[in-house]
Design a protein around this ligand. Sequence first.
Ligand code: C5P
Length: 303
Amino acid sequence: MTRSVTVRVPAKINLHLSVGDLRPDGYHDLVTVYQALDLYDEVTVTPAAEISVRTPGYPEVPTTTKNLAWKAALQLLKLTESGEGCPVAIEIDKQIPVAGGMAGGSADAAATLLACNTLWGLDLSRSRLAEIAEQLGSDVPFALAGGTAVGTGRGEKVAPVLLARHQFHWVLALADGGLSTPKVFAELDRLRAAGPVPRVGGVDEVLTALATGTPEALAATLGNDLQAAAISLNPALRRTLNAAMQEGGLAGIVSGSGPTIAILCADAESAADVAANLAGRDVCRSVRVASGPVPGAKVVDRT
Ligand code: C5P
């Protein structure tokens, strides 16, 4: 009888994020290229009298039914027909920045699905879990899949980019405070209604750059339609982006809806240098080095 299951789940950045117009359902169609990085949350589920969530050290993360991990456990529990499931205590060891544009909440939901699937012996396939994941949030299916992938629809339809085998080295500049994803999308709508805003265009160039494998080629193709909106809500991000280039980054972009900045570097050594130099300047809260792609959510322990 398994008593607890721990799943490790990666953060994501978007190498390319092209945002279409607002849809009637309140979402935006988008075309994105996700990459999973070796910055992980660990989620442990243990049978309990009722569902609960703990995120030690992160009082700002909701521990109520608003937490996506809670919703994930409840959703899967409702789907178990013959009583295999049970309420779980969910403990989240967070490394992924909170409200940082790196899909930390979505990652925790993906990890909870996989952990409960294992704890309860449901044996649901990855594709069935992905179907449940997409009801929880646009980025949740990618957190299950990992690697490098193209996302379409509202981001939930995920297709792996099989040619992307090269390892890329990143510096992540974490900002003070977070940005709310709906507010950043709404800000983009507002900016677009006020006048023309440049768009990142098609995805082909980034896919070609991923296939050739050089970081310099990839750097030239990075782009994010949400960047203008994130900077509009948090103008200090421009200073971080400028500093990243001055310190030797090949290119910097806002990650997803921000405010984390992802800086592509030539190699691991360069990433360590850029991180050290950025940390010595007053342009962000803290820095991390990371590399990707890495696999998606994975069971790492069961007792
Ligand atoms: O899917 P998720 O719950 O993570 O999305 C959070 C919010 O971000 C949505 O309610 C919507 O306001 C915005 N969003 C969007 N278009 C997308 C994805 C998210 O407008 N493709």
